[in-house]
Design a protein around this ligand. Structure first.
Ligand SMILES: [Zn+2]
Length: 323
């Protein structure tokens, strides 16, 4: 867990959280919601550093005290992070964490349990968490993070102080990069803009988007299959498959925007003319279906779905109504 000197955007949330820490009003349970890659996890790391750092004025971290050093190496006994990014969070994962909270801590001070992508909690795990949330404790703080808060149990949501995060304004995004392609893809998400700022990454992504638009423009399954085998889609591991799906979701999103006559917010403006053609060939209905399908497949892939079957399904289905 790393401390970041400059947080881009989220000014109101930063002030609110700093006040919590200064005034000693840090809630027992919080839910941080908002799109992925906009800076929730980055700010969350800082928020925890403010509270554990020995030298802290509650607005910074020294990065030199024992607590800061342990947090940086991921060995701080009072910080536990569970992440559902690439699979469900099962009861076996959460139970030991919750039972360790009942024992006295190794070091004094506040204890933090962070659950990233919390919508990936299984029902059993969610119920175990709920029990812990129902037992307020001054020194234990849960921070539940999700870009899909609607998928959490209502009983969990209602026990949390909710903080919502939004995409970062474009004038602030330009602190990261001035590359218009990158800013268009990032859509107010600093995490994406930072990743893409490496030349090789943006070039690779351009290649993937171009390949996907070519696949979506070809009507015949055999053509599509040939193009996709060049991309070795069935050989991808789960996390890479989800990343590929994100690229494709961007394509589907852009096609839908074009069908609605909105050209200005395209994620991939560098393939605008190819996207226009897909938009013309297909109906808005099929684009909406595409967005839903990709969303559903992503959820499958996050749990147990087969990578090969998922991509076969996509290749067979997406934008093929014009046949
Ligand atoms: Zn420190």
């Amino acid at each position: 867990m790393q401390y970041t000197k400059e947080i881009i955007g989220h000014e109101e949330q930063v002030v609110y959280l700093q006040n919590q820490v200064k005034n000693g009003t840090v809630p027992h349970a919080q839910l941080w919601s908002g799109p992925n890659h906009i800076g929730k996890n980055t700010l969350l790391a800082n928020y925890i550093y403010w509270q554990i750092c020995d030298a802290s004025d509650h607005l910074s971290a020294c990065l030199d005290c024992r607590n800061c050093l342990m947090a940086q190496s991921g060995t701080h006994p009072n910080i536990t992070i569970l992440d559902g990014a690439y699979g469900t969070i099962k009861i076996d994962a959460i139970k030991p964490v919750l039972s360790s909270l009942r024992q006295s801590s190794l070091t004094k001070g506040r204890r933090f349990v962070v659950i990233l992508n919390a919508h990936q909690l299984t029902l059993g795990a969610a119920n175990a968490l709920l029990k812990a949330l129902e037992e307020p404790n001054d020194s234990i703080h849960f921070v539940i993070v999700s870009d899909q808060p609607d998928m959490l149990l209502e009983t969990i949501r209602s026990r949390c102080a909710v903080i919502e995060f939004y995409s970062v304004k474009s004038e602030l995004m330009s602190r990261i990069t001035h590359n218009t392609d990158i800013l268009a893809i990032a859509q107010g998400r600093p995490g994406i803009a930072r990743q893409l700022s490496k030349e090789s990454v943006i070039e690779a992504l351009r290649g993937r988007v171009t390949q996907w638009t070519a696949i979506m423009r070809s009507a015949l399954f055999s053509e599509r299959k040939n193009l996709s085998s060049a991309m070795k889609l069935d050989k991808l591991d789960r996390s890479k498959a989800i990343r590929e799906l994100n690229v494709l979701e961007g394509v589907a999103h852009d096609v839908l925007l074009l069908q609605q006559g909105m050209r200005s917010n395209l994620r991939y403006p560098f393939v605008a003319s190819e996207l226009e053609e897909i938009a013309k060939q297909s109906s808005q209905k099929s684009s909406i279906q595409a967005v839903y399908l990709l969303n559903r497949i992503r959820k499958d892939l996050q749990s147990t779905g087969s990578v090969k079957l998922s991509f076969d399904h996509i290749l067979l289905t997406l934008y093929r109504e014009s046949l």
